[in-house]
Design a protein around this ligand. Structure first.
Ligand code: ADP
Length: 332
């Protein structure tokens, strides 16, 4: 049987609901101590898990809508300009707080200290999310993260379900207040190791160090995923070690086994910031564009896409396009 080509994704619509930030990054010799003034090399650029994932979904081939809250400021203008340049359908609500920001110091060893000013992101309103998602037609996949108010995230997943879309929750960053109902609204959950460990601690009562997740026996990892996800497919991403996929027995999504490990792509990683965002955006695009493929094929596409994103510096603006992906992995 000939496999459908992965070269060109057909367009499917992905709605990403989440955060937009302006990141301010200083490279410094050492992290500043209280009272210190240091010289640093400065750059700024767009970020926020929502925006990163929307860029990834769009550049991976999906028609993409991005639902977010912005301030009435230069950060909002940046969001509009970037969405327009890439063809992302931006659906923002303008709030009385500044656009989200992150202040990041990175020292010579690559360690960082980060301050996030959620700003307008904290005002993303469930009613706005509901009416906006209802006004976008033909959505195949709704994708959300935890940098927005939890009631807005819940509404995004609820409306997605109601519209018959596939719902993906990337439970990042780890948040101790996430309720079980939020997890139940996700068809697919995509924690990394530390988010998975945090969710297990809260919802399953299992204490596992995040460093130990990747070395767990696969049967045991599957059993833990089932206790956490019940009816959801759970993908635990494991950085350079790839990821683990666990399905409920009654919903294998075209795969032949209930669980499997998928290796990461062999790449020359120089910056893994935003790898998880690349993975989630590409997964959503693939699911929206080629719904007939077996689930593990979507995960392989997302791994490859995320792997390539680590060969470039940065997050949102470093997301690869489909042609860059093809040039890197299918040069013929
Ligand atoms: P997060 O950024 O949320 O912590 P991960 O680090 O688990 O997420 O990365 C998500 C996915 O990105 C991985 O499952 C893998 O497919 C890919 N990836 C991340 N780091 C690397 C790497 N060094 N080499 C190859 N692929 C990587």
């Amino acid at each position: 049987m000939t496999r459908p080509s992965r070269g060109t994704l057909r367009k499917g619509r992905v709605c990403v609901v989440g955060s937009f930030n302006v990141d301010h990054v200083w490279r410094v010799a050492s992290l500043p101590q209280p009272g210190a003034t240091l010289a640093g090399e400065y750059r700024s650029g767009p970020g926020g898990k929502g925006f990163n994932q929307a860029m990834a979904a769009c550049r991976a081939g999906a028609e993409t809508s991005f639902v977010c809250a912005l301030g009435g400021d230069l950060g909002a203008q940046l969001a509009r300009a970037l969405c327009s340049a890439d063809g992302i359908d931006l659906r923002d609500t303008e709030c009385d707080l500044p656009t989200g920001t992150a202040g990041i110091y990175v020292d010579a060893q690559g360690r960082n200290s980060i301050v996030v000013g959620a700003g307008a992101n904290a005002l993303l309103d469930p009613g706005f999310v509901a009416s906006t998602l209802a006004s976008v037609s033909g959505t195949s996949v709704v994708l959300a993260q935890l940098e927005s108010p939890l009631d807005a995230v819940q509404e995004a997943l609820r409306i997605g379900r109601e519209q018959g879309a596939l719902t993906i929750l990337n439970p990042a960053p780890a948040n101790a207040s996430v309720a079980g109902v939020l997890l139940e609204l996700a068809d697919i959950l995509t924690p990394n190791e530390s988010e998975f460990a945090a969710l297990l601690g809260r919802h399953v009562g299992e204490r596992i160090e995040s460093d130990d997740v990747g070395s767990l026996d696969q049967g045991r990892l599957h059993a833990l995923c089932r206790q956490l996800g019940h009816d959801s497919t759970v993908i635990v991403t494991l950085g350079a070690s790839g990821c683990f996929v666990s399905h409920p027995d009654k919903q294998l999504r075209g795969d032949s086994t209930a669980y499997c490990r998928i290796s990461a792509e062999a790449v020359r990683a120089i910056d893994t910031t935003g790898a998880g965002d690349a993975f989630n955006g590409a997964l959503a695009a693939s699911l929206a564009g080629q719904p007939h493929l077996a689930f593990s094929e979507h995960v392989r596409f997302a791994s490859r896409y995320a792997g390539l994103s680590t060969e470039r510096e940065g997050a949102a603006l470093a997301m690869p396009t489909q042609s860059e992906l093809n040039a890197r992995f299918n040069p013929d």
